[in-house]
Design a protein around this ligand. Structure first.
Ligand code: FES
Ligand code: FE2
Length: 360
């Protein structure tokens, strides 16, 4: 008997048992079974704009906390590698900078920017050295336009995970995105990462929770499409509100779309607006704390403050408030699970089904 079961038939299904959100055990199992094999957004190619540069970062800090480094070597090739010295485990790069090779500040071991061991003082007598183990561990890197993704131990190829979004949004211009640090922001939410995701995955709450957003979206036209590892919610613009001009090559040509909300398993949201893309990464910290990072990429600055893609900060606080109340509600001894609206909560049902599938 699996720990969690979600009926494939949404009309019969019950929402995931609240044990999933509350237990340290399931947060740990989620790390091993969901997050470590998953593909994660790590930024964009402009992080290492010039050849011979390094960009250290930590993957899902306070949860997985894996120190990694993105490099671009002299031939312009990108690499994503462990940022830990293969001698005694010192962190190698501390800051983004230009450098031709990586030198450990502890005992001077050197690596090339593609992670190959180069030299090490006082190691002449060491036998069977160096070996493959003395190179930096390499991670797979997946690039879509300017966006970069990696995985610590991939099970499913990145193409399979992202293909539905890549095909659907191929006209959008992900190669033209410009990252805007000044418009990007982190939020701390006092709730489980899964509660935050499942709230995002239905537009059902928009008229109840987001009064301003509700004035620009046509609630009746809101749709959800389910793919294997992702799903798409489409927000239709009310007449006169900011909408995309979608080319005839797209299946969405002719529709009055204000926003494409793509969610990709397990914790990434790609919100496409006429002004650009807001990537939201949901980072678990513990059972009742989550960091939500908004990475803002602009294509057309003139459209920044209009339509469904405006006032995102207000929408975020409205979501946080309701999700934090749910976080309190799930600890009630009288609530174990609920049911789904067949028309409005397909995305949440999809998310719970994937959780149950991966946790087993
Ligand atoms: S830990 Fe890096 S050289 Fe010793
Ligand atoms: Fe919301």
């Amino acid at each position: 008997m699996p720990d969690f079961f979600i009926d494939k038939n949404i009309a019969k299904a019950k929402t995931i048992d609240t044990r999933f959100y509350k237990s340290e055990v399931y947060l740990g199992l989620s790390k091993e079974k969901i997050f470590i094999p998953s593909w994660q957004f790590i930024g964009d190619i402009d992080k290492v704009e010039e050849s011979n540069s390094v960009f250290p970062f930590v993957l899902l800090e306070n949860y997985i906390t894996e120190p990694l480094v993105l490099t671009k070597n002299s031939d312009g090739k990108l690499h994503c590698m462990s940022n830990v010295c293969t001698h005694r485990g010192n962190l190698l790069c501390y800051d983004a900078c230009k450098q031709k090779q990586i030198t450990c500040k502890y005992h001077g071991r050197q690596f090339s920017l593609d992670g190959k061991f180069v030299s090490m003082p006082q190691f002449k007598e060491v036998e069977n050295f160096p070996t493959e183990d003395d190179n930096l561990h390499h991670l797979e890197l997946f690039q879509w336009g300017k966006l970069l993704f990696t995985s610590l131990a991939p099970v499913t190829p990145a193409k399979e995970i992202f293909a539905d979004m890549m095909n659907r949004m191929s006209w959008f211009g992900v190669d033209k995105l410009k990252y805007r640090a000044d418009l990007s922001k982190d939020y701390k939410v006092k709730a489980s990462w899964a509660l935050y995701c499942e709230n995002y995955l239905e537009g059902f709450h928009i008229p109840f929770v987001h009064a301003d957003l509700n004035t620009v979206l046509d609630f009746g036209g809101y749709t959800t499409e389910i793919f294997r590892y992702s799903n798409l919610q489409i927000g239709i613009a009310k007449n006169g509100e900011e909408a995309f001009d979608i080319p005839s090559s797209s299946v969405d040509h002719g529709k009055n779309i204000a926003a494409f909300y793509f969610w990709v398993f397990p914790n990434m949201m790609f919100n496409f607006y006429p002004w650009g893309l807001s990537v939201n990464v949901i980072k678990p910290i513990d059972v009742s704390e989550t960091k939500v990072s908004f990475y803002t990429y602009v294509i057309d600055e003139s459209k920044l403050n209009s339509g469904a893609g405006s006032g995102l900060d207000k929408v975020e606080y409205e979501d946080e408030e309701i999700v934090q109340n749910v976080q309190k509600g799930i600890y009630s001894r009288f609530y174990k699970h609920g049911r789904y609206s067949v028309t409005q909560e397909k995305g949440t049902h999809h998310f719970h089904s994937l959780l149950a599938e991966f946790i087993g």
